[in-house]
Design a protein around this ligand. Structure first.
Ligand SMILES: [Fe+2]
Length: 604
């Protein structure tokens, strides 16, 4: 039985196909349309899933949508009425899409993909909860979901046992941890639903000076982790902005304009909202543990992408084990909705996990054969070298050890926002230069942003204070004490200067506070990538490499060989590997494009 799950029309549209409950394929629409966080109907992602499954739409038994649009419409209407006539502008802006598409999802689905049957609907947080629990390795676990907002719910908790999920309680709009974080994302000049990750990356540069102010003025944090927002500071109920003038007065001036210089104020605000978020999450987690009495915890919803908070949950929280859905945001809703139909609606039992869990390493997207890559390269006349199977990892590792920046595309594309070695840019973590070069010359992004380490799973505890796998880059752990180097006082030092101080023997992946966003690489889930790091260790004694997503700022992660080549040529990347083919920058013909490609990408 085939089930197709769809999420779309808010942000991060995606599709997923299950065969008898097993995840066959899942992909985000942005990777195909090349528009970051694309919210449009996921025609391409659905086609990709059908192709991977080797079927047509006529073979699909059930189609399910990850959210109940009527309930969301009700919430928007109620919110508007609360603040009317103030929110008229945003109301008018939202209406055409609602009346045209969102309220008629089943008709849209029938029209777009020619599906004749009925469309099922799951609730938004039910989709998140299902995406957290069903693919996890646990037979039973507590579940916590946290995001901006679904229909009404902004967080929910409960537990899963075998094929069943019971959700016990919800927190409702407008009291939302996700919206609170997004409000600060907006206020510090980053893009909402996109720049939250940057705000988290900025936090270690600041001091949490505003923590008490946030907790006294903006957020009433209860013992059980539930929150009440003081809505008089926010504008998201009816406005087009997240925060209002009153909010600005509280933080000493207007929001930072996008792309303006980042000052100490923004760094301190980032540190403050980050620590408040961690406090809220920790309280929620403790409450969920008390109420459910289980030893495992599953997380999903956009807030679960906050890997710093996740790291604290693991270290300080009451749960023995945690598992986080790698596509924790709304893309993962497509997966959760499909799994919910298979287990909850149809009553089917879960199958045993293969390996670490039931998520297949999240390598669920399309792949390209060596034949297809060769055809592409030859049709364009791009010079290449064929790597033979045995020597492949060694030569790639050699290039990284020489300080080259390597674009690496191999196997099935990742599902979820993090690149996990299938669509990654790789570099040498031992060099202090790597972070600056990769940020400024490859990614064309803010210099403060840290990079993540990929480490051999069997070596993780030699480098980091971590005793378990972190395959999805969703946990932060500290670099081991003995690898750290003392740092000078950073007070008053410009941001770029602070970055130059070497912080450990793997400086390119060590954040200012000695933390790192860890990906552990397992031989079974990703043998090609594991082999590259293994060879790198043989050459250098270091079992860690730098892994950042294969894209430039504002661009979705690459999907096809063509995307890979374009990104390779637009940047100062030295080497490109696509499957068993290797290309060197100096051998390529000059790259010419009409116009300025950078102006086509939206700033994120
Ligand atoms: Fe969500």
């Amino acid at each position: 039985m085939y089930i197709l799950g769809i999420s779309c029309f808010y942000h991060d549209s995606a599709a997923c196909i299950l065969l008898d409950g097993n995840i066959l394929a899942a992909a985000q629409e942005e990777r195909f349309t090349r528009k970051k966080h694309d919210p449009r109907f996921p025609t391409n992602a659905i086609q990709c899933c059908l192709t991977v499954a080797g079927i047509t739409i006529n073979d699909i038994d059930y189609v399910v949508f990850y959210d109940k649009p009527l309930l969301t419409f009700e919430r928007l209407l109620m919110s508007y009425l609360t603040v009317a006539p103030k929110g008229l502008l945003s109301w008018l802006e939202a209406m055409p899409l609602w009346l045209g598409k969102k309220l008629h999802i089943n008709k849209v689905i029938q029209r777009e993909i020619g599906y004749e049957g009925d469309v099922l609907f799951t609730e938004h947080h039910e989709s998140h909860a299902a995406s957290a629990f069903y693919p996890s390795p646990f037979d039973e676990a507590s579940i916590l979901t946290m995001d901006g907002v679904g229909e009404w719910a902004t967080a929910s908790y409960g537990f899963g046992k075998g094929k069943d999920i019971s959700l016990l309680k919800e927190l409702h709009f407008p009291d939302s941890l996700g919206l609170l974080y997004s409000a600060f994302t907006y206020f510090t000049g980053f893009r909402v639903n996109s720049g939250e990750y940057k705000l988290m990356g900025l936090a270690p540069y600041g001091m949490p000076r505003y923590k008490d102010l946030i907790l006294s003025e903006l957020v009433d944090l209860k013992q059980d982790g539930s929150i009440r927002l003081n809505i008089s500071y926010f504008d998201f109920l009816g406005g087009l902005r997240m925060t209002n003038r009153r909010f600005a007065r509280l933080f000493g001036g207007p929001p930072r304009r996008p792309e303006a210089e980042i000052t100490q104020r923004e760094m301190d605000i980032a540190a403050s909202i980050q620590v408040v978020t961690e406090e809220v999450v920790l309280r929620m987690v403790r409450h969920v543990h008390k109420e459910t009495g289980m030893k495992n915890l599953c997380l999903a919803g956009g807030v679960a992408l906050n890997c710093v908070a996740n790291g604290r949950v693991l270290r300080e929280g009451p749960f023995e084990n945690i598992w986080i859905q790698p596509a924790a945001g709304d893309a993962g809703g497509a997966l959760g909705a499909a799994l919910s139909v298979w287990h909850r609606y149809l009553g089917n039992h879960r199958r045993d996990p293969k390996g670490y869990d039931r998520q297949h390493g999240s390598y669920l997207g399309p792949s390209f054969s060596n034949g297809a890559v060769k055809t592409f390269l030859e049709s364009k006349g791009y010079p290449y070298h064929k790597l033979d199977g045995g020597g492949r990892p060694t030569i790639i590792a050699q290039k990284i050890a020489e300080g080259k920046i390597v674009g690496y595309m191999a196997g099935r594309m990742e599902f979820g926002p993090r690149a996990l070695g299938a669509r990654s840019i790789l570099g040498d973590p031992r060099s202090g230069e790597t972070q600056t070069v990769m940020n400024l010359k490859i990614k064309y992004r803010e210099s403060f942003r840290p990079f993540a380490p990929s480490v051999l799973e069997e070596r993780v505890s030699e480098y980091f204070d971590a005793d378990r796998p972190s395959p999805y880059m969703l946990l932060v752990a500290n670099v081991k004490e003995e690898r750290r180097l003392p740092q000078p006082s950073r007070e008053g030092m410009p941001m770029l200067e602070r970055l130059k101080a070497k912080r450990s023997d793997i400086p390119a992946v060590t954040h200012l506070d000695y933390s790192a966003r860890l990906q552990t690489v397992n031989k079974d889930d990703k043998p090609d990538y594991h082999a590259v790091i293994t060879e790198f260790e043989k050459l250098t004694g270091c079992a860690v490499i730098v892994n950042t997503s294969f894209n430039v700022r504002g661009e979705p992660i690459i999907c096809t060989p063509e995307d890979a080549y374009r990104c390779f040529m637009r940047t100062q990347m030295d080497v490109l590997v696509i499957e068993d083919y290797m290309l060197f920058k100096e051998e390529q013909p000059p790259w010419e494009e009409k116009g300025d490609w950078r102006s086509e990408l939206e700033l994120d």
